[in-house]
Design a protein around this ligand. Structure first.
Ligand SMILES: [Fe+2]
Length: 910
């Protein structure tokens, strides 16, 4: 449930400050070094001791005793340092209630024993070669400014302490706290920051201390002696021991298979195959250690609120548009409301104007929750009408429909969307003719396609032969034939859905636009009936026109399913989770590559956990609203098995693989595009190059010597774990890139950050634009083509009223409205979205070279903004400019909040 942001009670005004006496710090430091540094800068220029050292001449043995005596005096000198800890008010955190525990915590605050800080030196004791004692001090609450609470501690730091490399934090309260940063003041060189942005658990939950490293990044081989033990131990702690059920406050990263999307204990019909392993290869998810189901020991029991490592959760700073939670709340609250309002779950739309009503009058929903509950969590869609005590679900008109009411009807728009829509990942070049299936003919029937040379040549009307068209790279295909055909029989056993294998052919016009030529739908032999296949083409007779329209609806449902299950879920959300787990288990938080990747992983594990709870689960929104029904996730496993390759996730490699580009050193980005006006590829390649440039500059700085990549033990363990554990079902594939030098590292990291940013934005933020008016992209087709069986009464209905056949084929009212609502939420940028190039991470800001590389990256992204605008204004680019066409802006880095159809966030957070 979405909880409102909590603030301090009246007793704590929004701005309040107190003066106090600091707890006397416990001093454990011993003095050996006559200077003191934080980060790379000396913080304390001990000129006097330097003068003493120079005057007495350390190399002069006759003065040695005297020198030591004077130096010891200097060593006892200390600097008084104040540490200010900023704690953010959060939902459910320490400041959020007035319970007895809270009362006890207030007393803890009052006596000044709230947070215990320990400073850790980077250096060892030079005499004993052991770690120096830490310097401890309690912090006391001093001030609250709006939603930030300040705690302060004072330390007497001996000059000899050396550089501060880390701090330990212990939270003495009963509840966790979200600590954003610690700032030390008092050093001669100015304030020193340690950024945390992390939940610190209560000492009562676990006595383990939290450690935060300074903002300076180190390769493992360069780790200061004083931090080596902590660096190693912290990683061991993060990996856990693979046992027991994970608790909410923990931060343990481990792997498991997808064995929690079924719900056999509720209903054995909801048992689902386990994804991950030899039978159904799949990426791994985060292990939660929940008990097994009673009815199926291999499945994990379902719970509300799935564990994710604590810092992977929405921080609580994300407020009402707390995105993941709003999906959860919406699906739990809205669907019962819809079911109460639309009693017949199979009810379709009787007329097209009933679809329009969703955007005009809306649907009246009964109040199943408290007054105004739904309108609070979904203000864009749901209005609470007080007079009649009802919620009205009224959809915003999608941008596509707003510009052109009939956009979905047009063939050229159908084709254009394969290049500039929400799934520009499926279109590919035809390189072989005739088209043939690779499936077993004994099971699936004749392998030869029914789309013949004559079919195509009739469509292109003597313009050229098929042979010439293939030679000139003019024929393209959306090929969902061999992928879908094996599951058609199973899907057709389900109620309220159907499926075909499909092929859709397009011809590339000279102006870079595509023209649909033919659609082939195939049904394998079923129940003694032979294979059925039929080719549909654009027509100039009413029967043909309507059949073409129906065939398009089937193809669009196939494309919608592939988009959601593969281009979106599998290739971004699902494939990225192992990268996140491995990064936390194998790369220290002080590793430069960890710090480069970290912004790209924000909230992904939590949004994936929500997806397993309410979207991809048995009886969830995907199963209930997409053609493959309960086989949806299995289908994504089949694609992972047969198609997914890490190396093809890089944009240039993906384009080359689909025949949409060839390498050309003289062309921009080193690629010649087969379709020049391919908006996703045109803009995406600029973004890819910007990301690659930034990653290259960053890697070059930290890996000055080429051999450092191979000798970086953490890095090698990280890549090994991604290949052999997180994506372990693919571990023996030959295509995994090796990680031996800087170029390899740049390639791997750029691919990962592209997936979390550019690729995800391309498939995510246009969803409402293109699927908000569902006839443009129905997610399911519920009826077979009427020509499959001419003796069926459906054929008679089709001849009498083809519009009714199309409406019966489309999703039901509940399916359509559920998907439209989910698409709306998924397409929404929250007010605190973190877009590429916007925030300079504290660790990046520490290093001038990295900082300037980031500025360069930022500049390239700003340039891209302008280029996208220019391209959208260019009339010759017909795939993004024209009457009623929505400009292609999905690769534009910046956006305002809301459903904008643009903006590239760092991470997959929705
Ligand atoms: Fe997404």
């Amino acid at each position: 449930m979405l909880m409102p942001q909590s603030y301090l009670s009246n007793s704590s005004p929004s701005v309040s400050c107190v003066t106090h006496t600091f707890q006397k710090p416990c001093l454990h430091g011993t003095s050996y070094y006559p200077s003191f540094q934080v980060g790379s800068r000396p913080l304390f220029q001990n000129k006097r001791s330097e003068r003493i050292r120079a005057r007495n001449g350390y190399n002069n043995s006759s003065n040695k005793i005297k020198a030591v005596a004077v130096s010891e005096q200097a060593e006892k000198k200390t600097v008084k340092v104040k540490a200010t800890i900023t704690v953010h008010l959060t939902v459910g955190g320490f400041f959020s209630d007035l319970s007895l525990e809270r009362g006890a915590d207030d007393i803890t605050d009052l006596v000044g024993k709230s947070l215990l800080l320990e400073l850790v030196s980077t250096t060892l004791n030079p005499k004993t070669k052991t770690e120096k004692d830490t310097i401890k001090g309690f912090a006391q609450k001093t001030c609250q400014i709006v939603d930030k609470v300040k705690y302060e501690a004072e330390f007497e730091v001996p000059h000899s302490f050396g550089e501060i490399g880390a701090i330990y934090v212990e939270n003495e309260h009963h509840k966790e706290m979200f600590v954003t940063e610690v700032v030390f003041e008092g050093f001669p060189t100015g304030p020193f920051h340690i950024s945390c942005n992390s939940w610190v658990h209560s000492k009562i939950d676990s006595p383990a201390k939290r450690v935060f490293f300074s903002n300076k990044s180190y390769l493992p081989s360069e780790t200061p002696e004083g931090l080596k033990r902590i660096r190693g131990e912290k990683l061991v702690e993060l990996r856990g021991n693979g046992e027991g059920e994970r608790k909410k406050f923990e931060s343990i990263y481990d792997y498991d298979v997808y064995n929690d999307i079924g719900d056999p204990d509720t209903n054995i019909e909801l048992k689902r195959p386990i994804l991950g392993g030899k039978q159904n290869p799949y990426p791994r998810r985060c292990r939660t250690g929940r008990p097994s189901c009673k009815t199926d020991p291999l499945s994990e029991e379902r719970v509300v609120g799935v564990y994710v490592p604590r810092d992977e959760c929405f921080s609580g700073i994300k407020q009402l548009n707390f995105k993941g939670k709003s999906i959860y709340s919406v699906l739990h609250a809205l669907i019962p409301s819809l079911e109460a309002a639309i009693v017949d779950k199979d009810l379709g739309f009787p007329v097209f104007s009933a679809i329009d009503d969703l955007f005009n009058e809306g649907i009246k929903l009964p109040l199943l929750q408290g007054e105004g509950f739904l309108s609070n969590i979904l203000p864009r869609l749901i209005k609470f009408i007080k007079d009649v005590e009802q919620n009205i679900l009224r959809f915003e008109t999608p941008a596509t429909m707003d510009r052109d009411r009939f956009f979905w009807f047009r063939d050229e728009e159908f084709a254009r969307q394969t290049l500039a829509g929400v799934n520009p990942f499926s279109i590919q070049l035809v390189t072989e003719w005739p088209l043939k299936s690779k499936l077993d003919p004994n099971i699936y029937g004749r392998v030869e396609s029914a789309i013949t040379t004559e079919t195509i040549e009739e469509e292109i009307r003597g313009f050229m032969t098929v042979e010439e068209a293939i030679k000139q790279k003019k024929l393209f295909i959306l090929d969902y034939h061999d992928l879908l055909l094996p599951v058609v029989e199973k899907v057709r056993e389900l109620e309220g859905t159907t499926l075909y294998g499909s092929r859709t052919l397009f011809f590339l016009n000279n102006d870079s636009t595509l023209r649909p030529l033919a659609i082939e739908l195939t049904r394998p032999p079923i129940n003694g009936e032979p294979q059925w296949k039929e080719v549909f083409t654009p027509a100039w007779h009413s029967t043909g026109v309507w059949l073409w329209r129906l065939a398009k609806a089937h193809v669009l449902a196939h494309d919608s399913g592939y988009h959601q299950l593969v281009s979106h879920w599998l290739r971004t959300h699902c494939a990225a989770e192992p990268y996140i787990i491995a990064t936390n288990r194998q790369l220290s938080a002080m590793h430069p590559i960890y710090r480069l990747l970290h912004p790209h992983f924000r909230y992904t594990m939590e949004i994936n956990a929500f997806a397993r709870e309410v979207l991809i689960n048995a009886n969830g929104s995907i199963e209930n609203s997409f053609s493959p029904g309960k086989y949806s996730m299995l289908l994504s496993s089949i694609v992972y098995d047969k198609q997914w390759q890490f190396d093809l996730q890089a944009l240039p490699a993906d384009l080359i693989n689909r025949g949409l580009a060839v390498e050309d050193p003289n062309a921009p980005h080193g690629l010649k595009l087969t379709i020049e006006d391919y908006p996703y590829a045109n803009d995406g390649l600029i973004l890819w190059d910007a990301l690659k440039g930034w990653v290259t500059d960053y890697v070059n700085h930290y890996y000055a010597e080429p051999r450092q990549v191979e000798s970086d033990k953490e890095l090698q363990a990280w890549w090994e774990e991604i290949r052999t554990v997180g994506h372990g079902d693919k571990k023996d594939e030959p295509w995994w890139p090796v990680l031996k030098n800087k170029e390899d590292l740049v390639g791997i990291v750029t691919t990962i950050v592209w997936i979390t940013s550019g690729h995800h934005a391309a498939v995510n933020f246009g969803q409402y634009h293109y699927a908000g008016y569902f006839p443009n992209r129905p997610t399911i087709t519920r009826c077979n083509m009427p020509t499959e069986d001419h003796s069926d009464p459906e054929w008679e209905l089709f001849l009498k009223k083809p519009e009714a056949t199309l409406l019966n084929t489309f999703p039901s009212q509940i399916q359509a409205t559920t998907v439209m609502t989910v698409m709306d939420i998924l397409s929404t940028h929250s007010t605190d979205e973190e877009y590429l190039g916007e925030t300079l991470e504290p660790a990046w800001a520490e290093v001038p070279i990295v900082k300037s590389a980031f500025e360069k990256f930022k500049g390239k992204l700003m340039e891209l903004e302008g280029i996208v605008d220019e391209r959208n204004a260019d009339r010759t680019r017909k795939n993004r400019n024209g009457a009623g066409i929505v400009p292609y802006e999905l690769m534009k880095p910046k956006s305002e909040p809301g459903v904008t159809g643009k903006g590239v966030p760092y991470s997959i957070s929705i």
